[in-house]
Design a binder for this molecule. Structure first.
Ligand code: NAD
Length: 248
């Protein structure tokens, strides 16, 4: 039996499967991750560039470096990995996706229960009055109007993206993801180095683990199935195996 078929067996026998996705699922959509050889760490220090401290105290650095990571995500499209997870949810096997990604690609692929534990790039808000604006308006202020830091049209306060930056509190979505993990018997981890806390604690909470990641992760030793390969094609083969077993 192939590892895809073994993964399908685990999925078919699970009662509550959760997926945990990281930047690696979106590299096939043309979005660099952080820690691969070609990731953002090879060009800058994302922990400094995308930090709350830099945003508040050194906005020029934030808009020169951190903003570069955020500004083009709206133009990217979901890939076969995102669609495969949406299909597993439609089939009733996947109960939700906990994602560290901020690129909105799971919802754009049709996934419904998505815990965006590091926020998203659909909106921004004003640090002074709390007003929410579309990310696109904020992007235009920075790139076209060169307004740095960009200001709230209502009160003139500074705007900030609705992504969780280094130094920020975790959002309520993390509590919901934690509760979902407590309820789960299988986690399908796709494209995370599993080194960013507190999300990296979640795989330790479930009995069964499937990991798809090009490189080793700290949880490989604990996983039932590990696939060190590209996520999109691997997930497609797993969904095919699930469908074959369902119809046999
Ligand atoms: P990471 O960069 O630490 O790890 C990504 C992992 O995915 C690496 O181990 C890499 O080997 C693997 N990988 C990359 N492409 C792959 C592919 N096609 N197939 C299989 N494996 C592949 O990412 P992380 O664990 O998500 O943590 C870093 C932080 O990066 C997160 O907090 C996240 O918010 C942020 N981030 C998000 C995006 C995004 O929204 N797309 C992009 C960059 C960074």
């Amino acid at each position: 039996m192939s590892l895809y078929q073994e993964a399908a067996d685990l999925i078919l026998s699970s009662k509550h499967m959760l997926a945990l996705t990281g930047a690696g699922i979106s590299t096939e959509s043309g979005i660099p991750d952080f820690r691969s050889n070609t990731g953002y760490y090879s060009k800058m220090d994302p922990m400094a560039a995308l930090s709350r401290d830099t945003l508040l105290n050194n906005p020029r650095q934030f808009y020169r470096e951190g903003f570069v990571i955020l500004k083009d995500l709206q133009d990217k499209k979901p890939n076969e990995g995102h669609y495969a997870l949406a299909q597993l949810e439609d089939l009733g096997y996947l109960k939700g996706i906990v994602t560290q990604n901020i690129d909105n690609l799971h919802t754009r692929a049709g996934s419904k229960t998505v815990y965006e534990v590091h926020g998203h790039t659909r909106t921004v808000h004003c640090l002074k009055c709390g007003k929410t604006l579309p990310f696109e308006d904020y992007r235009k202020k920075v790139l076209v109007d060169q307004e740095i830091p960009p200001k709230c049209p209502s009160c003139g306060g500074d705007l900030r993206p609705d992504v969780v930056m280094f130094g920020d509190m975790m959002p309520p979505a993390f509590e919901a993801a934690f509760a979902a993990a407590q309820n789960s018997d299988l986690m399908l981890v796709c494209g995370s180095s599993l080194v960013v806390a507190p999300v990296s604690y979640l795989p330790g909470m479930v009995k069964k683990l499937i990991i798809i990641n090009k490189e080793e992760t700290p949880y490989d030793y604990k996983a039932d199935i590990v696939l060190h390969e590209a996520i999109g094609p691997a997930l497609t083969k797993i969904v095919e195996a699930v469908n074959e077993k369902r119809s046999s």
